[in-house]
Ligand binder design. Sequence first.
Ligand code: HAM
Length: 421
Amino acid sequence: MPEPVSFQAPKGTFDVLAPASTRYEQLIATFAAVVERAGYGLLISPMFEDVAVFHRVGEATDVVRKEMYDFHDKGDPPRHLALRPEGTASVVRAWVEHRPTLPFKAWYAAPSFRYEAPQAGRYRQHHQLGVEALGTEDPDLDVEVIGLLDGFYRAIGLTGVALRINSLGDAVCRPGYRALLAAYLAERADQLCDEHRERYRDNPLRVLDCKRPACLAATAGAPFQADHLCEACAAHFRRVRDGLATVGVAYRLDPRLVRGLDYYTRTTFEFAATALASAQNAVGGGGRYDGLAEALGGPPTPGIGFGCGIERVLLACEAEGVELAGSPGVAVFVVDTTGGTAALELTVALRAAGVSADRAWDGRSFKAQFKAADRSGARVALVVGDDELARGVVAVKPLRGGGPQTEVARSAVIEHVRTIL
Ligand code: HAM
C-alpha cells in the first residue's frame, strides 16, 4: 500500500460541490434557454486539440506564448497537443472539419485552461459560456451576438455591466494602421513599460491595451484604428452601432479595446462588471474573426462570437447581491425506522413519479434520520415506523413552513405528495 498522502486540487483550480454547483447549473440552463431561443445549437468539442489549432489564435498573444497547457501524447510519433485555452478555435476547427450549412450558430459551456497567476477571478481552469456564429458579415449578426450576451446578464438579474465596443478593421485597413501605430511607438519605445519596450514590434496593438501607467501615458496621443478604418469597415461599424441603438443595448466606444487574442477583425466588445475590481472585471467579451476559418484550412468564412466566464459572472452576482435561485435539494425525505424496505420502495416510487427524494442509510435512529432530513433541504418528510407499516399508512410531516402532521394511506401517498409540493 502506498503511504497515505493528502491531495489537493492543482493550484489555480477548484472543486465545485453542491449546493454551490447548482449556481453553475442555473447559469448554464439560463444561457442555453437564451441562445437556443435564437437558433444556436449545443456544440461539444474535445478538451484538447493539435497545438497548431490554438497557434491560430495568435502566436504573439500571452494565451499562446505563456499560458498554454501543451503536452506530447503517447503516439508514435507523439502528437503535440494542448488543452483548450479558449473556445473559438475549437468551434471553427469543428466547422471546417464537418462543414455544416451556413450560417452556422453554435453555443458551448466548456472548461478552458490557462497557466495564469491565480487570483480572485483568474484561474488555471475556468468555465466559459459562449456562442460562435459563422457565415455572414452582416452587421445585424454582430448586434444579435452582443444582444444575446446582454440578454443573458439581464436574464440572471445582473445589472451592473458596462459594454464597450471597438472596430479593429480588416485586412484592407489594419496593415496601414498597424504600421502607423508601430512608427508612433518606435518614437516612444523608451517610455513604454518594461515588457512592451521589447515586445511592441511583435504586436503593437497590445500596447494600447496595457494598463501600466508608462504605456498609458506614452499612448495618450496614439493613433486609433477606429479613426483609420477603410470605408467598408467604417460602414460596418456604423451599422453595428445603429443596430445596438435600435435594440436598446447601451455601449461606450473604446478605441483601446483590442482584446487579448489575435484573430479579431472589425467589431470587438467586452462587458465589464462595475462591482468587480478592474483587473478581473471582464465578465464576457468577443468579436469578429473573419479570417480564422481560412487560417484553420477552411474557405474564407466570416464569424463572430463571445466567451463569458462563469466564475466571473458568479463573482459579479455576489458583489451585486443577485441571488441565483439554486436548486433547493430534494423535495421529500423518507424516514424509515422499520428496518425493512419502506424507504427503498418509497424513494424509488417518488422518483419514478418525478418527485425528488432522498433517505438516510445504515439503519440510523429516528433522531439521526430527522437531522439528515433537515439538512437535505426537503420540504416534506414521509415517516414510516412499525406502527404506520402495520396500519398501511405514511405520516406526512412538513419540514418547512410549519403545518400539521397528517397521515395518508400508503397507496395514495405519492399522489398526495404531488399535490402539496
Ligand atoms: P477571453 O476574453 O479571453 O475571450 O475570455 C472570455 C471570458 O472568459 C473573459 O471575459 C472572462 O470572463 C473569462 N476568463 C478568461 N480567462 C479567465 C481566467 N483565467 N479565469 C477566469 N475567467 C476567465 C475568449 O476566450 C474568446 N474565445 C471569446 C470569443 C469567442 N471571441 C470570439 N468568440
